[in-house]
Design a protein around this ligand. Structure first.
Ligand code: NAD
Length: 238
């Protein structure tokens, strides 16, 4: 396939490596708004675009792909509040979008564990639950998109939690997410249930960006030739 890379930062470069190894070609790369002026025409010669850019540019990037009838895989985070609107646009204009805030296959298995554990723990009021996410210092959004997914799944399963907060919880119905920024940490997420007598923790640690990049290229292969909105559960058999 001919793949366009929208966002050629840390992830864009990793995706390029994996895409080339899987015998795809890179049709063009965009790394800022100015690049678009020169490259918009090249979208016509592209099978799938992969966007790992910035929360500020992602919506305009997706719309450019939709306008050119190019399926787009999006990994950029920090724009959740617009996701439903973009899904509607995708459906209305009969385009193709694959979004995941975490393309790692291991993380998607972790999501399932988190749901299962939350449904078990809903019966055990003695345990309080918290989330911790650690990322490198360049990460623009906090809490991470992944931590928000984990939090929303816990809230759906545990009645005593009503909303998440990205600071110290002030009441029992708040689910605390702490965001820690440390140099060179690719991404660590911990869900902890704590009581007076013991604690239970599940932890996912990304060792490098390769896992995200592979998931994004697999998503590009999956979405090619399809129309509609897709996410990891459509691609993986979990
Ligand atoms: N979904 C996942 O699995 C996953 C994994 C890792 C990172 N991410 C997310 O992907 C995004 C990128 O992460 P990164 O670590 O590569 O960041 P990065 O800062 O290294 O790269 C982002 C790149 O986007 C470029 N950019 C700025 N404006 C642009 C525009 N208008 N069009 C195209 N590109 C533009 C920047 O110049 C930069 O090089 C972030 O939102 C991050 O949270 C998602």
């Amino acid at each position: 396939m001919k793949i366009a890379l929208i966002g050629y930062g840390k992830m864009g470069k990793e995706i390029e490596n994996i895409a080339l190894k899987r015998n795809h070609k890179i049709s063009f790369k965009i790394d800022n708004e100015k690049n678009w002026k020169l490259s918009k025409e090249k979208l016509k010669n592209t099978d799938v675009a992969i966007d790992f850019s910035t929360p500020q540019s992602v919506i305009s990037n997706i719309k450019k792909c939709f306008n050119a009838n190019v399926p787009v895989v999006v990994g950029t985070t920090g724009w959740f509040e617009h996701l439903e609107e973009i899904k509607r646009l995708c459906k209305k204009t009969k385009q193709a979008l694959f979004f995941s805030s975490n393309f790692s296959i291991g993380m998607n298995i972790f999501f399932e564990l988190n749901k299962k554990l939350a449904s078990v723990m809903s019966n055990y009021d003695d345990y309080d639950v918290t989330i911790e996410e650690i990322h490198h210092i360049q990460k623009l959004d906090a809490p991470s998109g992944t931590a928000i997914i984990l939090a929303n799944e816990i809230i759906s399963n545990i009645n005593r939690k009503e909303k998440w907060v990205n600071n110290k919880a002030q009441s029992e119905n708040e689910l605390e997410i702490s965001s820690i920024r440390k140099n060179k940490v690719t991404g660590t997420h911990k869900v902890k249930y704590d009581s007076d007598v013991d604690s239970i923790e599940i932890i996912h640690t990304a060792k490098s960006r390769k896992g995200f990049a592979l998931g994004a290229v697999l998503a590009a292969e999956f979405i090619y030739g399809k129309k509609g909105f897709f996410e990891m559960k459509d691609m993986l058999k979990i």
